[in-house]
Design a protein around this ligand. Sequence first.
Ligand code: ZN
Length: 500
Amino acid sequence: MSVKFDELRRHLADIHNLDMAASLLDWDQQVNMPPGGSEARAAQQATLARLRHEMFTSDRTARLIEEAGRELDGAPFESDAASLVRVAARDLELANRLPAAFVSRLAEASSLAQPIWARARAANDFAAFRPTLERMVELKVEEAGLRGYSDHPYDAMLGQYEPGMTTADVDRIFEEHRPALVALIAAIGGKPEISEAPLTQGFDLERQRTFGIEMIRALGYDFERGRQDVSVHPFASHFSRNDVRITTRFEKEHLSPALFGMMHEAGHAMYEQGVGAGIAGTPLESGTSLGVHESQSRLWENIVGRSRGFWNWGYPRLVAAFPAQFAAIDPESFYRAINRVRPSYIRVEADEATYNLHIMVRFGIEKDLMTGALPVADLPKEWNGRFEALLGVRPPDDRHGCLQDVHWSAGYIGYFPAYALGNLLSAQYYAKALRDQPSIPDEIAAGRFSTLLSWLNTNIHQHGRKFTSAELTERVTGEPIQSRDYLAYLTTKFGEIYGL
Ligand code: ZN
C-alpha cells in the first residue's frame, strides 16, 4: 500500500501544474504578447507564484513528505518514488527559506524588468535600465540573506541552479582551465584568420527556418511533441515531456544564429522530451540542473553540429537549400568558417574556445554585485575593462557589453556559470558515450544520430531531476565534473583546424 505516497504525488502534481502554467505564460510573454500586456501579465505571474509557494510550503506538503517517506522506507535510492520524496524534501527545505510575499515581489519585479531591459538594449541606453537592475540586485541580495550561505552570498544564488556547488568550486574549476584557454586563443591569434564569408552572404529567412527544422528533426527533436517559434532571446520551454518548445532568432545577414541556435535549443528540448514517462506530471519531470541542461544543448550544437562528420552528411543538404550561396564553396571552407575562433562581444555568438571566458567575466561581476563591491552604476565601465583584460577586445557600446543578456532583468543571478559548466560536461559525457559506443562518430558522418540520442536518453535524460548534477556525473562518467575532456576536445579540434 502506498496511500500517503499517492496523496503526495497528487498534491505535488497540482503544484507542478501551476509551475507549468507559469511557464506557458512566460513563453507567451516572450513569443506572442503585445507590449501592452506586460503589467497584467506581471500581476498574473505574481499570483501564480504566490499560490504555488503557499501550496508547496503548506503544512500538508511537509506532513505528506514525512508520511510518504516512512511508507517507502527501504525503497531503492534511484526508484521513482524514493527520488520524488527525496527531491521534494530538498525543494521544500529551500522554498521554506523564502516567504510568500518575497516570492511574489520577486516574480512581479522580474516580469516588469524584462521589457525595460529589452527597450534599453534596443536603444543602447544603460541609464534607462540602471534603476531596474539596482532594484533587482537589491532583491537578490535580500534573497541570498533569506536562503542563507556560509562563505559567500553568491553561494545562495548558485545553489538554485547547481545544487551543492559553491562559489569556491566554480572558482577552482574556472582557474583550472582559464590559463589553457587563454594560451589556446593566443596561439590561434598568431595564425592566419579564417574567413567567415560563407556564412554572411544573406539568407532568406523562411529557407533558414526550413533548413534548420530539417536538421533538428534529423537529430531527433520530435515535432509531434514540440514546435518552433521566433523570439528576441532564443530559449526552450517545456509544459510536459510531450510539449517541449523552442524559439529562434533569425538574422538575414548571418546563417549561424538561427542554424546553430536551433540545434542548441533542440538539444535542451530533446533532454526534456527524453524524461522518463514514469515521472511525468511530477516535479521530477525536468532536466536536473542548468549545467547538465547546457551540456545537452552544447553537445548537439557544437560537438555534433560543428563537427566535420556532421557536415559530411549535412553539406549536400545545405547546398540543396541554398544553391546560390554554397554551390561554389567547398565543404572545408564552410567547416572552417563555422569553427572560426575570434574574440567577439556577444556571448551567444561566441566560438567554443572563447565562450567560457565570456562566462568568467560575468561570474566575477555577479560575485561583486552581490557583495556590493561593484555598484550597478559602475557596471558598464567595469564590464568593458574586465572583458578587454580577458578577451583582448573592448565592447564598442553597452548593447555589445553589459546589456546583451536577458538574465539579470529576469532575476537570474548565479545562472551564467552553468553555461561554462555545461561546456565542460558536454565533452565529459560525450567522451564516455564514445567509450561505450565507438561507432557514434561514423554514424554521425552518415546522418544517423539515434545511437547517441538513445545513449543520452538512457544515461541522462530519463532520470529527469532524480539525481543532482554531481550524482548524475559520477554515475555516468565515474568522476566529478572536470575540464580535462573539454580542453582535450578543443586542443585536438582547433589544433587540426589552425595547424597548431
Ligand atoms: Zn542553452
